[in-house]
Design a protein around this ligand. Structure first.
Ligand code: TYM
Length: 336
């Protein structure tokens, strides 16, 4: 039986963090045995916000190295760099004709970026979701493992594919955002302000390249409060975030103990000790990140290996991409 096709990408705009790992990379690793997987570094996308390319090569190499260090096997999946697959750019051109200025301007991430970089509202930024749709559709993917923040982009990709099919014939499968379990994941910043991200408060972001002391310090500074007012309270989002992280890296017993302490706590009877919880979480996080950091550094220092793997990934990715372009060109009638 043919395996379902999966695509996902990561921008090389900085160091990868726990949001990238738990929102996306962990699923990549789980999916690699059961699906036909295409994972890539979205370096074209990074040019929409980071025109200075001094650090770009290093960052691309780091993303590849960190993905492998997290357990991705470049022999099993296609692990490649977006700009090595020129077929994506041609499909992007066709999809641009099917996307409208109004809907692109309404995209949440576009509005955010306009606010953040009013001096550089370039056309690439506006058509960011179109390029992303091209990344996915070029491999005719049906599942796209991403975090919650990418949900709207995936809806748009599906719309573009539907419009293409409507206009030129049913040739493209429709892609869906994917996570094991029901919901897409959002890891919050440890200061409780919005999502964990590559560019915002670095002291509240845990990077896969952080040393053990930084990990401990950042977790010990994470936002908490005086504890719940009543037993079995709903957790504030910054507390829930600590439990979410604990669920990922600690044992079930540890998680259950702190859950029980939280649920039994109330004003005047605070059983949960956030200081202890953070200390435990910090140690478990160190155990989790330490081997990833060391392995990623080894791979990143091996330029020859990286070069070989990137070339192999591009070849695999271009095989299916060129098949798709053939289908697309024929459907449009660009076959002379
Ligand atoms: P990027 O580089 O911002 O993030 C890479 C992946 O990490 C997820 N993620 C998070 N998940 C949970 N909590 C967070 N705090 C968090 N921060 C990041 C993202 O959802 C993403 O899955 N536009 C994409 C890159 C891209 C792409 C694609 C993805 C380009 N083309 C095609 C899928 C398919 C982006 O900027 O991801």
């Amino acid at each position: 039986m043919q395996k379902e096709v999966v695509v996902s990408g990561i921008r090389p705009t900085g160091f990868l963090h726990l949001g990238n790992y738990f929102g996306a990379m962990r699923n990549y690793v789980r999916m690699q045995n059961d699906y036909d997987c295409y994972f890539f570094v979205a370096n074209w996308h990074s040019l929409t916000t980071h025109p200075d390319t001094k650090e770009l090569k290093n960052s691309v190499h780091r993303v590849i190295a960190e993905n492998i260090a997290c357990g991705l096997d470049p022999e099993k999946v296609a692990l490649y760099v977006q700009s090595d697959v020129p077929e994506i750019a041609e499909l992007y051109l066709y999809l641009n004709m099917l996307s409208y200025k109004g809907e692109l301007e309404k995209t949440a991430t576009f509005k955010d970026k306009v606010r953040l970089q009013p001096e550089n509202v370039n056309a690439g930024l506006l058509t960011y979701p179109v390029l992303m749709a091209a990344d996915v559709i070029i491999q005719r993917a049906v599942k796209v493992p991403v975090g919650k923040d990418q949900e709207q982009h995936l809806e748009m990709a599906r719309n573009f594919a539907e419009r293409f099919n409507h206009r030129y014939g049913e040739v493209l499968p429709l892609p869906y955002a994917f996570n094991y379990g029901d919901e897409l994941i959002k890891i919050m910043s440890l200061d409780g302000n919005g999502k964990m991200s590559k560019s915002e408060n670095q002291l509240a972001t845990i990077f896969l390249a952080d040393d053990n002391d930084s990990i401990r310090k950042k977790i010990m500074k994470a936002k908490t409060d005086g504890g719940p007012a009543e037993p079995n309270s709903t957790k504030p989002d910054y507390i829930q975030n600590l439990f979410t992280l604990m669920k990922q890296v600690s044992t079930t017993d540890t998680l259950q103990k702190f859950e029980a302490d939280f649920n039994a706590s109330s004003t005047g009877n605070c059983i949960i000790r956030y200081g202890d919880m953070k200390k435990q979480l910090a140690e478990d996080m160190v155990q989790f990140i330490d081997p990833i950091r060391e392995k990623a550094a080894d791979i990143q220092n091996n330029q020859e290996l990286l070069h070989k793997l990137i070339k192999m990934g591009a070849e695999k990715a271009r095989m299916r991409a060129s098949e798709t372009l053939k289908i697309v060109r024929e459907a449009i009638g660009l076959n002379y």
